[in-house]
Design a protein around this ligand. Structure first.
Ligand SMILES: [Zn+2]
Ligand SMILES: [Zn+2]
Length: 397
């Protein structure tokens, strides 16, 4: 037995050349009959590259006979020469017309990251999540999926995924391309930036959010998925939908509740101005440009530093003069006042203590918004000094 297994020189296996559909019928040189070839397959003495060819030929025949698809590479190129004839979806990538068995019932495209519900129905993960945002029931059979949603243990449907990898590789790579393009679009932080219309947010200041609306659940999920973890926060505006200025928030943590709601811990990053308004899948978007403070030099800078220091001292004096219960409330909600930075112009959004003060002072949103939009630190300092003087005078002695 040992003599037959000399590892250094394996038996010279014939090169398999199988035309589509013929499976393992013998087509090698000369004497070998079909039976012999089949026996070779049976004893698994194929070289790796032969096995690959064999699998491919099986795949081709399955494609051909069971899925009724044209073999790979035979015409069907996208938009090459008007081959489609019936005019159905000429511009659609192949993944938009998958065989019924591999089409997601929700998006009608080829399954992408397929998952199966406890009731046995299969969907793309993202499609199912979007459905569950609105209603915790199976979109097909209406079975209750609250527990499934609560556990959030979506398991891949491995068999479906493997069948797609093996038998629909071109459709899958098209589907991947569509997905990756979408992700790229969604991670743009200048164009069509997602906008949460809710409250005032300021650079460096934490902004906890309770997310329950389906459109914002989708938005937050996408921010996490693209990896930007950022979105814009704007105040509502009766005429325009949302205000012309806002602050980018960065997600630090998301806690999901079993019913799909979530508490999102965010912090302000930088200010922006809205250039144009838009919408995507139910939530608002905007093209934006970022705001940075204009820097000053020389005597103007000396003056700015003096103003900065004096307003800071005024702010500390005001906060120290507050009643204890007020102080505790503010500290619990906003944390302690950030310290004075050695260089007031070092941050393009200005010093952090300023935004803390603006968030804490009893000011109307509209006034806060006007200050947020200012790109002169000097103007902002003068504005908040007025507010400080006002609240200090107003307080009953
Ligand atoms: Zn889908
Ligand atoms: Zn179902």
């Amino acid at each position: 037995a040992g003599a037959a297994q000399r590892k250094t020189s394996p038996p010279p296996a014939p090169h398999l050349q199988l035309p589509p559909g013929t499976a393992a019928a013998g087509s090698g040189p000369g004497t070998r009959a079909g039976g012999a070839a089949r026996r070779r397959v049976g004893t698994s003495r194929l070289r790796p590259e032969e096995l690959r060819e064999l699998t491919e030929s099986f795949a081709l025949s399955i494609r051909d006979k069971e899925l009724r698809l044209p073999p790979w590479g035979s015409g069907g190129g996208t938009g090459s020469g008007g081959g489609g004839a019936e005019g159905e979806g000429l511009g659609d990538p192949a993944c938009c017309r998958p065989p019924e068995l591999f089409a997601c019932p929700l998006c009608r495209r080829l399954f992408y990251e397929p998952v199966t519900t406890p009731c046995g129905h299969t969907f793309c993960l993202k499609c199912l999540e979007r459905c569950l945002d609105h209603n915790p029931h199976c979109p097909l059979c209406k079975e209750k999926l609250s527990e499934f949603l609560a556990s959030r243990t979506y398991k891949k449907t491995v068999l479906t995924e493997e069948l797609i990898v093996r038998y629909l590789p071109e459709e899958l790579s098209e589907r991947k391309k569509v997905y990756e393009e979408e992700m790229k679009e969604l991670s743009n932080l200048n164009k069509d930036v997602p906008i949460f219309v809710c409250t005032m947010a300021f650079p460096t200041i934490p902004c906890p959010l309770h997310v329950f609306e389906p459109r914002y659940r989708l938005m937050i999920r996408r921010c996490m998925e693209t990896g930007t973890k950022q979105f814009g926060m704007c105040l509502a505006d009766e005429l325009k939908g949302f205000a012309d200025h806002g602050c980018i928030l960065e997600i630090r943590d998301v806690k999901f509740f079993p019913d799909g709601r979530s508490v999102v811990d965010t912090v302000g990053v930088r200010r922006f101005r809205v250039l144009s308004h838009g919408q995507r899948d139910g939530y608002n978007t905007a093209n934006i440009e970022y705001l940075e403070d204009k820097k000053v030099e020389g005597p103007e800078y000396e003056e700015l530093v003096r103003l900065h220091d004096s307003v800071y001292d005024q702010a500390v004096a005001w906060f120290t003069s507050l009643k204890d219960n007020m102080k505790v409330q503010i500290l619990n909600h906003f944390g302690s006042m950030p310290g004075k930075e050695p260089e007031p112009q070092s941050n393009p959004s200005g010093p952090a203590w300023y935004w803390w003060l603006l968030a804490v002072l009893p000011l109307e949103n509209r006034a806060q918004l006007a200050i947020l939009a200012m790109t002169s630190l000097k103007d902002r300092l003068i504005a908040i000094r007025r507010v400080l003087i006002f609240v200090t005078r107003k307080r009953p002695r």
